[in-house]
Design a protein around this ligand. Structure first.
Ligand SMILES: [Zn+2]
Length: 172
């Protein structure tokens, strides 16, 4: 099955009336802010989006997205593979639908002067927020083993304690 390109921008109010949905991808090169913080450009992002109106007649859209990325391990400094997966649910802000009207489970989506929401930067924001604060390999995948780190620590600790221990022996 050929995946469709997720449109860059849509009118979320009109689309929710039509109950449109998309199952496709966002090209990696459309996500410069995300790629800037990665070790290498990410994969194309797989995403689904569906537009609808809820029982309170609020226009909204929701979706999920996932991308394979490469981060730099903060322990060993080598690249590490990571998968980002996000889910989101937004309601567009319009004259009739203000931020104050929105139930908490919707995030507010700003529209441009054409009444459209820019989907690629929106998904990019979600992926940026999903990045781990500190990226680290699992212990077995990391070039620096925690074993070797603690071997490094022990002699230093022992040196500090040794003179003291000697003093204590002398006192007895
Ligand atoms: Zn590592």
């Amino acid at each position: 099955m050929q995946k469709v390109l997720i449109p860059l921008s849509v009118d979320p109010v009109r689309n929710s009336g039509k109950r449109l949905s998309f199952d496709g991808y966002i090209p990696s090169k459309h996500l410069p802010r995300l790629n800037e913080v990665l070790a290498s450009p990410c994969s194309d992002v797989e995403a689904t989006l569906s537009f609808a109106t809820d029982e309170q007649k609020i226009h909204y859209f929701r979706g999920h997205a996932k991308a394979k990325v490469e981060l730099i391990c903060q322990r060993c400094g080598e690249p590490m593979a990571h998968e980002l997966a996000v889910e989101f649910q937004y309601a567009p802000i319009t004259k009739r639908q203000t931020v104050e009207d929105l139930p908490e489970h919707y995030e507010a989506a700003e529209l441009n002067e054409l009444g459209e929401v820019l989907l690629h930067p929106l998904v990019e924001d979600e992926l940026l927020l999903a990045l781990p604060i500190v990226a680290k390999h699992t212990e077995q995948d990391c070039a620096i083993k925690s074993d070797t780190m603690s071997y490094g620590d022990i002699p230093a600790e022992a040196e500090k304690r040794n003179p003291f221990a000697v003093l204590q022996k002398l006192k007895k």
